[in-house]
Design a protein around this ligand. Structure first.
Ligand SMILES: [Zn+2]
Length: 269
């Protein structure tokens, strides 16, 4: 469940062959699969905490989430669950906005000491949360733009934009992203939880990496110890493909049925 490009760490993933021995095309597909799991975990993660945080207050943010906030939050969380891999040049998120995300990726890689280092720490999650929360408090327009970008990243991670016809799928992605962002805006979605959702998305990413034998240096830069190294299942192995991804998908469906007031939302017949 991680960006590709580190074949030495997932032996046996491709029946003995490493990602690099199969060439770039295969690598891109693999990275899409794994971005997919991270993004899905963001959607399910947000939906799962909604009933727990509803009506409560955390860090001065009161959670009164309606259907709009549930949708917005799950997409923001899905996008945020891809942010930690921005330090990798082949990750789904890095390729999402061309040069802009590539430049950001190079910057993150340099700032946070290489791949899966500082961007996979609790400090990074807190930092991203604080920055986006500050953005939310500073300007409503800035939040809308940021939400738009994150939803685009989420859709890309979920698999849109990875089809064979790249141009067409990117146009569909852009239209869908713009449409949803506008619909959420028109619904008056409140983004006071923005920072918390982004930090939570990053934490879900770490959980995913830990579950797939990828050690995560949670206490960076204080300690380089990698939590969860060599425990768990193979990245993109049978467990991820046959169990985790379907379970996450079922989770999205079940939570959607459970969380939304369908009776009130659907037109009366
Ligand atoms: Zn990662």
């Amino acid at each position: 469940m991680h960006a590709s490009g580190e074949p030495e760490e997932h032996p046996g993933v491709f029946g003995g062959k490493t990602a690099s021995s199969r060439g770039m095309a295969e690598t891109a597909t693999v990275s899409a699969m794994m971005g997919h799991s991270h993004a899905l975990s963001g959607v399910v993660g947000w939906m799962a905490v909604v009933p727990l945080v509803q009506g409560q207050e955390f860090f001065g943010v009161r959670f009164d989430l309606g259907p709009g906030e549930v949708v917005a939050g799950s997409l923001v969380c899905a996008g945020a669950a891809l942010i930690p891999d921005l330090d990798h040049k082949n990750a789904t998120i890095t390729k999402t906005y061309g040069l802009a995300t590539k430049a950001l990726s190079a910057l993150f890689n340099w700032l946070f000491g290489g791949h899966r280092n500082g961007t996979h720490s609790l400090l990074f999650a807190a930092l991203m949360g604080a920055i986006t929360q500050a953005l939310a408090l500073w300007s409503e327009l800035a939040v809308q733009i940021f939400v738009f970008l994150l939803i685009g990243i989420a859709f890309n991670g979920l698999g849109l934009g990875m089809e064979k016809n790249r141009v067409a799928s990117e146009i569909i992605n852009a239209l869908l992203t713009a449409g949803i962002t506008l619909a959420l805006f028109a619904n008056g979605v409140d983004y006071s939880w923005m920072g918390l959702a982004v930090a939570f998305g990053c934490l879900l990413h770490f959980a995913g990496d830990i579950a797939t034998r990828m050690g995560v240096p949670l206490l960076w830069p204080l300690s380089g110890y990698r939590v969860g190294q060599n425990i768990g299942f193979d990245t993109n192995g049978p467990a991820e493909r046959n169990v985790v991804t379907p379970l996450l998908t079922v989770g999205v469906v079940l939570y959607s049925v459970y969380l939304f007031p369908w009776r009130e939302m659907l037109p009366q017949v």
